[in-house]
Write a protein that binds this ligand. Sequence first.
Ligand SMILES: [Ca+2]
Ligand SMILES: [Ca+2]
Length: 227
Amino acid sequence: MRQETGTESRRGAKRDTVRRLSLLAVGFGTALPLIASAQASVGAVAASGGPAPGPANNCVVDVTGGANTPVTEHCFSTFTEAIRFATDGAITDAPATAVEGVEDPALNALLGSSEKATGTEPAPAADGALLVIGIEYEHINYGGASFTFRGPRRCTSPTTDVDYSVNLPRIWWDRISSFKNFANCYTNHYAYTNFIPPATGYLNDRPVMPIINGRNFNDDARSIRWS
Ligand SMILES: [Ca+2]
Ligand SMILES: [Ca+2]
């Protein structure tokens, strides 16, 4: 009993110390951006489907054929800037947030349909321009932060091959809640890095990640393939 009381006392002292250190930390100017950043992250999670607050929430990654690791991201504070970068300046007026972009007919017309061609093989991208092949979203219904991938050519129609594949950077692990396809690609999400299953299989656009064999793939992807 005496020992328990002593332990409780030490715990109490530790809590007090932590509290004092926390208060001290608040006093340092350098701690404030960290706290603001943490609050912005919480806000982004809470505001499902709404604009993604905070800096650099809209990233673009270029992939080449086959496996891609590690990836180099280019991140922007608005979806407008991300799409301007992703299209090499061809689209300069995309909406500020990814969720608005989904409902923008002009943007969708320029990026191309999510529908997959059947039968004939699609033509490769003209003049070496990079194409948007898919956009991953933090929230359901294409909301929150966005992660745009682009590659040098359209996906081939059969999904028995792998046109592109990428291990997600750690900040995007277990975060994807919806996705869209472009450039004749379908997307396959894997629960683990290095394309270790379980996986969704190649799918067209999903405003909500599927439940497959009892596993809910919401916030459950760490690597992706396109075909
Ligand atoms: Ca999510
Ligand atoms: Ca293919």
